[in-house]
Design a protein around this ligand. Structure first.
Ligand SMILES: C[S@@+](CC[C@H](N)C(=O)[O-])C[C@H]1O[C@@H](n2cnc3c(N)ncnc32)[C@H](O)[C@@H]1O
Length: 302
């Protein structure tokens, strides 16, 4: 019978073999998941993880080259995690370098990457439903990133529907990129280069939307910002905030071990409690989710 040590050593060997082969093929996916799960079982306590896993990571060239998906995530070329370029690569399933095709294909198929793409779908469906009820809307899009989601909303607009959008984004590179992406609709989209914590709205909006942002905040910042959002919404309007799900993210280990991408995951109940702490009432709050169940969406009706 295999001892625990043997199982771990086998897992490590499997991992090394996959790395030596230039990444997993589809037939390796299950073995890779199993090996990672086995090696991480005891977290930092395990001597195998600390002594042997770190050199394995160091041997992965792709993790130190921003041309690979996980390399971009790990090396943070814009100085912060979750920049517009990586989100766009996930949306567009973009592979930049043939050498990394196996790793990138695997990374792009991971449930969390699918969940990011589903987040775009969720946004589009939300806007479609709202525009059907109210064909003339205003949107405040906080942390707009590449604005691919916004472009697709505009492309889906029906005759006589009007959507005026203000985007708040702290990265000038993201704004330059997003301005080009949304160029056909420039008359209806304004980008404001600002840290959202310093932003003061001078008007109110039908929808305040933010995805891919609150996962980076602690609870204190989350509540502070949610309170501010409450003052930026018209009566009858809505706030919608995305957050990764603490109860379900099969990609978390891969994201954290390979990408050093650490997000503040939250449960549905955490999100409800934070909204209550921000001063909203139970009857205003609901939580939605995309089909992977990895991204939760806190909805607050005003
Ligand atoms: C993960 S991307 C999300 C982009 C977009 N919401 C999406 O889902 O496609 C996060 C974006 O938030 C921006 N960001 C991060 N912190 C911010 C802050 N405090 N104020 C404004 N933007 C911020 C980043 O520059 C980045 O473009």
């Amino acid at each position: 019978m295999d001892t625990e040590i043997n199982i771990r050593e086998k897992a490590l060997e499997t991992l090394k073999k996959i790395i030596a082969n230039g990444g997993p093929t589809e037939s390796d996916y299950q073995d890779l998941e199993f090996s990672l799960g086995t090696l991480a079982m005891d977290g930092q306590q395990s001597s195998l993880v600390t002594q042997q896993f770190a050199p394995v990571i160091s041997s992965c060239d792709f993790l130190f080259d921003k041309c690979s998906l996980m390399g971009h995530i790990r090396t943070k070329p814009y100085g912060y995690a979750g920049d517009f370029e990586i989100i766009e690569r996930i949306y567009q399933k973009r592979i930049l370098k043939e050498d990394y095709r196996r790793w990138d294909t695997y990374s792009l198929k991971h449930p969390a990457a699918q969940a990011v793409r589903n987040r775009k779908k969720y946004f589009k469906t939300l806007l479609r439903n709202k525009l059907t009820q109210n064909p003339s809307m205003t949107l405040l899009n906080i942390a707009s990133g590449p604005a691919r989601d916004l472009l697709e909303v505009y492309q889906d607009l029906q005759y006589k529907e009007r959507l005026e959008t203000t985007c708040i984004e702290m990265d000038a590179n993201a704004i330059a990129y997003a301005t080009a992406v949304t160029a056909p609709f420039t008359a209806h989209i304004t980008f404001i280069h600002k840290n959202v914590f310093r932003f003061q709205a001078t008007t109110t909006y039908d929808l305040v939307w933010s995805a891919g942002l609150f996962d980076y905040f602690d609870d204190k910042a989350f509540i502070l910002l949610l309170k501010k959002f409450g003052t930026w919404v018209k009566p009858g309007g809505e706030i919608v905030v995305g957050n990764f799900n603490d109860d379900h993210n099969p990609s978390r280990l891969f994201m954290e071990l390979f990408g050093e991408w650490h997000l503040n995951h939250r449960t549905e109940q955490n999100l409800i409690n934070l909204a209550l702490e921000a001063g909203f009432h139970h009857n205003q709050i609901t939580v939605g989710r995309e089909s992977e169940q990895i991204n939760l969406f806190l909805h607050i009706k005003i």
